[in-house]
Ligand binder design. Structure first.
Ligand code: GLC
Length: 735
């Protein structure tokens, strides 16, 4: 449809029809068995349903086609609906959680995984996914760190753009594409204390310097939609923020998509203390140009009174309707309202061998080997190995935000893969315990997952004793421990971030029987893992790895493949350190200049237990000296920083070379280090590769003391190394 036709269509719509277009109604109002990803708090009439412009949560082609057909037949202007859902890290084939994908440090991989997700999703009839989530995260207590690419602005931004490219391809009328909806705009990841739905009150400089760039990267990649966040930023609720949704998104970034609220987040502005009057809340959202209100009825109840009282104009309302119709037009829905919805195409598109192969590879590229005293890889002959833990026979390893209503294959269990891969081996197995013991009853009750909690003391003792016996005369014990799948994502903020007590008890008692332990953890946040790490010969973090997790883990344990991930988020010594992240600002008592009177705690180091960018693999690399092509550049020049790395280990392997820069003196305080480049390269054993990075003034821009985004002259340190703890640097001057 042409722009002109869209505008003509808007001119024909009644006010009720316009309100319908900007109101999203949960899929559960159209059919029963739809997963509700928010609180049902609204009564809808038949007219509401007949005029609603979009719905969410319905994920299968037959239902979508049926609803769409009925909708178009009944709609006075035959305007098709939009169908949206949370397809966060896979549709049928589930890939590692986004925090794990962040550990891949691989833009091409993230783009590929999202392209495969789109290819599986498009034949379902869905048009939009509420992904990527690119909230910068620094506090492991927040459950939704699982959905983010981590604590670094640069890494988040690169992967955010890659994710949108993967979903959307060249254009949204192409097969195998879906529209992206980058979220949660803005800075939901900065909730105080990692508290879910908590307060976000950060400086505009930090908002712009640290939190906004990943969203901007998605918008620059032409993300079809943006979702506003629940939180306020400095007291200004995002879902009604003209500053965020209009001034930044549209005036500054020139982004032209459609903004959708989060679930009831327009209505929930009343809880921010804005007003209990839905018309007032509507007015804020309309003026901010929030085009679709998800699952609440402020627009439904508030728009007409606002028009009657002249508090909003018809032009302002038409802008919202335009954004919705323009999105439908980008997706080609006026010409093809069913888009690619087709049961047979869907069956052919999902769970392809190639997709599963890439899914398995992505687990290895996202898994992080945190410690290895040589215990890994295991030998599959001549060693007696015990596999012990609640994740030995648990296939619930897909991770958070794996939406219901899709008939997808389960992941396999570790035991089933071991049995089929090594039928001749005599592995020893013991579950050891359930995921939870009674100590975590409050958490279990909240997640209502009682079957995963051991309440029988006798059985608890029996299972642990069996595990201890199993460990006794083995050469190696592989512990398979982890968080519960519900302990990540929305409504999973936690004040304690160790593994459940029962698993720590199992680990301690097994270790008393056998100290040769390799520990594998499944988690959706950085954990306080010190005791496990200090008492294991090797520690492998596979996060929640998705459909092919068990196959990939067994390949990594026995060296058929290698873990090559690097931490996208720091692990604290203890929850008391949170939030902790590598690119912190210096203080006047920085460790750099102070010894005794220094920033930090008296009872804990002031650095993380595992740092951003850390990760081992099954070979080693040595770094040569950093070479800069120039010792000074002006604002219009580049310099090249390069380094040689040599694979000095026993195997070919990948190394993720990281470039950090520090601005030594500026009009405002600048971080001790900032990631400004990364390259994941394959180097054969004994070989040397040269890596180079281009550096220019654009990369050095900051929001200066007057909030101007400029590069300031002065000295900069260039670090190139294995991770954020790198110390060797060279200096150049920006003149
Ligand atoms: C939820 C989440 C958001 C999700 C939306 C729709 O409350 O905050 O990430 O996309 O509702 O399910």
């Amino acid at each position: 449809m042409t722009e002109k036709k869209i505008l003509e269509l808007i001119g024909k719509l009644s006010i009720e029809e316009k309100i319908g277009e900007i109101t999203q109604i949960p899929g559960g109002e159209f059919i029963n068995d739809v997963e509700m990803t928010g609180e049902r708090n609204t009564e809808y009439t038949e007219t509401d349903l007949a005029l609603c412009g979009s719905t969410l949560g319905i994920c299968n082609p037959e239902t979508i086609k049926k609803i769409q057909k009925k909708h178009i037949e009944n709609h006075p202007h035959k305007i098709p609906m939009l169908f949206m859902a949370d397809i966060i890290h896979g549709y049928s084939t589930i890939f590692p959680i986004p925090l794990a994908q962040g550990c891949s440090f691989d833009e091409a991989l993230v783009e590929k995984l999202n392209q495969l997700t789109a290819e599986e999703t498009a034949p379902s009839g869905l048009h939009i996914t509420f992904s990527p989530m690119v909230d910068l995260v620094r506090d492991a207590r927040w459950g939704r760190v699982a959905e983010s690419y981590g604590e670094d602005t640069f890494l988040n931004s690169r992967l955010s753009a890659a994710a949108v490219r993967g979903y959307q391809g060249e254009k949204l009328t192409d097969e195998g594409t879906i529209g992206a909806c980058v979220k949660h705009f803005a800075a939901y990841g900065a909730v105080e204390g990692g508290r879910e739905y908590g307060v976000v009150d950060i400086s505009e400089r930090s908002l712009r310097q640290d939190y906004l760039p990943p969203y901007k990267a998605a918008c620059d990649a032409d993300s079809a939609m943006v979702m506003s966040a629940f939180n306020a930023v400095g007291g200004d609720p995002a879902s009604g923020s003209k500053f965020l949704l209009n001034d930044i998104l549209r005036d500054e970034w020139n982004w032209k998509g459609a903004v959708i609220s989060d679930w009831s987040s327009v209505h929930l502005m009343k809880s921010h203390g804005i007003s209990t009057d839905e018309a007032v809340l509507s007015e804020k959202a309309v003026k901010a140009r929030l085009a679709i209100e998800m699952c609440s009825t402020c627009y439904k109840n508030g728009i007409k009174p606002l028009l009657d009282e002249g508090k909003i104009t018809m032009e302002e309302l038409d802008l919202l309707v335009y954004d919705v119709l323009n999105l439908k037009n980008k997706l080609g829905l006026f010409e093809n309202p069913y888009r690619f919805a087709d049961k047979d195409s869907l069956e052919k598109a999902v769970n392809r061998e190639e997709t599963r192969r890439i899914a398995k590879e992505s687990v290895c590229q996202s898994s992080v080997l945190l410690k290895n005293d040589g215990a890994l890889p295991l030998k599959n002959k001549g060693e007696k190995i015990a596999f012990i833990g609640p994740y030995l026979e648990n296939d619930n390893i897909l991770g958070t935000w794996v939406i219901g209503g899709i008939d997808r294959p389960n992941a396999r269990t570790v035991k089933s893969v071991l049995d089929s891969e090594f039928p001749q081996n005599e592995f020893i197995y013991a579950n050891g315990c359930k995921i939870y013991g009674k100590e975590q009853s409050r958490e279990v009750e909240f997640f209502s997952e009682a079957e995963d909690m051991e309440t029988n003391d006798k059985l608890r003792e029996k299972l642990i004793n069996e595990a201890v016996e199993a460990a006794k005369d083995c050469d190696t014990v592989v512990m398979l421990l982890g968080e519960h799948v519900r302990a990540g994502g929305e409504l999973a903020a936690k004040a304690h971030i160790t593994l459940p007590d029962i698993q720590l008890e199992l680990f301690r008692r097994v270790r008393r029987a056998n100290k040769n332990i390799v520990t594998v953890i499944l988690n959706q946040r950085p954990l306080d893992i010190c005791e496990i790490a200090e008492n294991s010969k090797a520690l492998l973090d596979i996060w929640f790895p998705g459909t092919m997790g068990a196959e990939a883990l067994v390949d990594m344990l026995f060296g058929k493949d290698a873990p090559t991930g690097r931490l996208s988020m720091s692990f604290p010594y203890t929850v008391g350190q949170c939030p902790i992240y590598y690119n912190t600002l210096p203080t006047d008592h920085s460790l750099e200049y102070q010894t005794h009177f220094a920033t930090g705690y008296v009872d804990c180091p002031n650095v993380p237990f595992y740092a951003f960018g850390e990760g081992l693999t099954y070979t080693d690399f040595s770094y040569g000296e950093i070479e800069l092509s120039k010792s000074e550049i002006n604002m219009n020049e580049n310099l090249t920083a390069k380094v040689k790395i040599t694979n000095i280990g026993e195997r070919d392997g990948f190394e993720t070379v990281q470039l950090y820069i520090r601005d030594m003196a500026a009009s405002v305080s600048r971080p001790l280090k900032e990631l400004k480049g990364f390259k994941k390269i394959f180097v054969e054993k004994g070989e040397t590769a040269e890596i180079s990075f281009e550096i220019n003034s654009e990369m050095l821009k900051i929001y200066d003391i007057n909030m101007n985004y400029v590069a300031e002259k002065g000295d900069f340190r260039v670090f190139i190394g294995h991770d954020s703890r790198v110390e060797k640097y060279k200096t150049f001057e920006l003149k």
